[in-house]
Design a protein around this ligand. Structure first.
Ligand code: ASP
Ligand code: ZN
Length: 673
């Protein structure tokens, strides 16, 4: 912006020079965006990135010389998936943004970690939304938050965004400090608006430049520019746990009045038995019976208007009265996911209405996912009663409607067609039943696949080998859709699906298509799987990052022989527990990503992971400590699994040589919540 020349460098091993173009393009885009969106220019005339293959974190923002894990730099269409490309973009931007939020303004002490991490994640999310597709990128960020942070906040490792105590700060590089921290910053902006937020941000930087700041300094700058009193809001930094938000609506046709009652409740977390109400910004609108947004006048407003407004819920229970409402509305609440809470209160008809008509893209997707989640929870309950699963015809119809979007909005179609993950379903169950979750998903996928079989068949061969490689949302969307369609086809018709998967594996021009097919093949105990895995290994064993994918896919497989195979892979010549990426690809991926086999009733999965944690602890205590969280959910399972999971933690704790890092995590996980 000022005309300063900056020399940019990315340093990689000889041989990897052809895999840095994407990272360099991302770096330039991030530098430009920070000037435009936040008025922040780079302050030196040199900026370097060094990529290393053995690194515990994703990257580190050392001033002027960012250190990166190779996994977050190197990409070529035949070696990296679209998800890898997107992750690289976000992390390159994240570390670059730390130059101001982290380096020029740093943290006074480690309790303030979220001051730089929550804020910088927020900034990289905003960058992602502005440079790709805002609704899609919000969907992906919220999915991640729910999968990782909500689980953390619901168990014994729950801690506030600003932890009150720690033994090893290494153990607090968590989804709560990072992702929930970013949501807290986002709520501040939602409450005071974009303009006041930007002025507050400028004031924060100007005031604290070249010094070490606190979360209070950040919030004070926001208060001074907006006049808003954040005292109650500060509870988001001090109280752990995900609030439950419940609503009730009542329409009085004669008075044309709609009364919305909101209630919040937050369960106790370790060390915090009692919670005070949070200040929750609820971005919302009212959708009429015809699907159009309704006009309304909220008590205190001068005129009626339609569109999104932000309600501030302060009390445990609060009523909001809307006048001049012409028809009974379905409320669209938490638009854009305006607060990190769990919402309930919609009936199935309301969800279906929002999924079809909400004017907010995120909320349309959200309503569809919630509808599917409930259908799957019903299926799980039926299986547990020993009954057959009847797939809801409305769910099939919603998936057919999503397929209608395949041409014009393939990325959104792929996200709508992706059934809720096992973690989402587990989160909603009083006692997690991994076998029923797996079966309900498979049965439902097969039923949808059979109903829409021809349309899925047409989509799974869709990658055109002659088309130039592109990362625009539509191209990535088509690749994602191809993989989702293949999953439905395999569930509906295993023989035809296997053929299609082999074809996609052999002919797809990108790693996204090839790996998508390989992951589905890996779920089957078939000669086709063995042949594909062998071919992939032979082709890529010299490339560490692609070999990680080979390990990860097998670690996450649903195939019945998975436990034996993962055991064998821990002794494979290419497995090396001194390499953090390789350990994560096999052990962490298995523990965190293979709900079915990690939680096998025999306890073999638990024993395997506990043994590997013990081994890796001798060479890398940070990695060992981080992996322990796979046992933290033990209270959510049946008594037999609980005993086995606690036993695994006890076995670790019984080792006198266990590192302080791993001990802190094992003790916290063992203590329960
Ligand atoms: N500060 C780094 C980051 O969030 C992580 C680390 O400390 O290595 O990007
Ligand atoms: Zn960071």
């Amino acid at each position: 912006r000022s005309g300063r020349q900056v020399q940019l460098g990315i340093h990689v091993r000889r041989g990897d020079e052809d895999k840095v173009d994407h990272a360099m393009a991302c770096l330039k885009r991030a530098m430009r965006w920070d000037e435009e969106a936040f008025g922040l220019e780079y302050d030196l005339d040199i900026f370097n990135i060094a990529a290393v293959s053995d690194f515990n974190m994703g990257a580190m923002e050392n001033k002027g010389l960012n250190i990166f894990n190779t996994a977050l730099v190197l990409a070529r269409p035949d070696t990296a998936t679209d998800a890898d490309y997107q992750r690289i973009d976000r992390v390159i931007a994240h570390e670059y943004f730390h130059n101001w939020t982290g380096d020029r303004v740093t943290c006074r002490d480690w309790f303030q970690l979220s001051l730089k991490e929550g804020l910088t994640v927020f900034r990289d999310q905003e960058y992602g939304a502005a440079t790709t597709d805002a609704a899609l990128s919000r969907i992906d960020d919220v999915k991640m938050l729910r999968a990782r942070q909500f689980a953390e906040d619901a168990g014994p490792l729950a801690h506030p965004v600003r932890p009150a105590a720690y033994r090893k700060i290494d153990n607090f590089y968590t989804a709560t400090v990072y992702e929930k921290g970013a949501e807290v910053v986002r709520m501040i902006r939602t409450i005071i608006g974009h303009e006041a937020f930007r002025r507050g941000f400028d004031r924060y930087i100007a005031r604290n430049d070249n010094s070490a700041a606190t979360i209070e300094d950040f919030v004070a700058a926001m208060r001074e520019e907006s006049g808003f009193d954040f005292s109650q809001f500060m509870r988001w930094y001090e109280q752990a746990g995900t609030p439950q938000l419940r609503f009730e609506g009542e329409y009085d046709a004669a008075a044309r009045r709609y009364t919305l009652t909101l209630r919040q409740m937050t369960a106790p977390t370790p060390g915090q038995a009692h919670k005070e109400p949070f200040l929750i910004p609820v971005a919302m609108g009212l959708i009429g019976p015809d699907g159009a947004e309704l006009e309304a006048r909220l008590e205190g407003e001068a005129d009626a208007h339609r569109g999104t407004r932000v309600l501030l819920l302060r009390a445990a229970e609060q009523r909001f009265v809307f006048e001049e409402v012409a028809a009974p509305p379905v409320p669209s609440l938490l638009r854009g996911f305006s607060a990190p809470v769990k919402l309930s209160g919609h009936d199935a008809a309301g969800l279906a209405h929002l999924a079809a008509h909400d004017t907010d893209g995120f909320s349309r997707w959200e309503a569809g996912q919630e509808y599917a989640t409930r259908a799957l929870l019903d299926a799980i309950a039926a299986l547990q009663r020993g009954e057959a699963v009847a797939t809801d015809p409305a769910l099939v119809a919603a998936m057919a409607a999503a397929l209608d979007l395949a041409q014009e909005a393939p990325a959104l179609a792929a996200r709508i067609l992706s059934l809720p993950g096992k973690d989402v379903l587990a989160d909603r169950m009083a006692v997690i039943d991994p076998d029923a979750i797996h079966e309900a998903l498979e049965t439902t996928r097969a039923a949808i696949g059979r109903s829409l079989r021809d349309r899925f068949t047409a989509l799974c061969g869709a990658e055109d080998p002659s088309a130039p490689f592109s990362l625009d949302p539509a191209s990535m969307g088509r690749r994602a859709l191809g993989n989702v369609a293949l999953a439905y086809l395999m569930a509906a018709d295993p023989a035809a699906g296997l053929d299609a998967a082999q074809r996609r594996f052999e002919t797809a021009p990108t790693m996204t298509g090839r790996l998508g097919a390989l992951a589905l093949l890996a779920d089957t105990a078939t000669p086709a799987r063995d042949a594909a895995l062998a071919a992939f290994h032979a082709r890529w064993r010299g490339d560490a990052l692609v070999s990680d994918k080979w390990f990860r896919i097998q670690a996450m497989a649903a195939a019945p022989d998975t436990l034996d195979r993962v055991e064998a892979l821990t002794r494979h010549a290419d497995f090396d527990l001194r390499n953090p990426n390789r350990f994560r690809a096999l052990v962490q991926a298995f523990g965190a990503g293979n709900q079915r086999w990690f939680h096998d009733a025999s306890g073999r999965g638990y024993a395997l992971v506990a043994r590997m944690i013990g081994e890796v602890d001798r060479v890398n205590r940070q990695i060992a400590a981080r992996c322990i969280d796979v046992f933290a959910s033990w209270q959510r399972f049946d008594p037999a699994r609980q005993m086995l999971m606690r036993g695994a933690l006890d076995a670790l704790l019984a080792d006198p040589a266990l590192s302080a890092n791993a001990r802190e995590m094992a003790e916290r996980a063992r203590a329960g919540s």
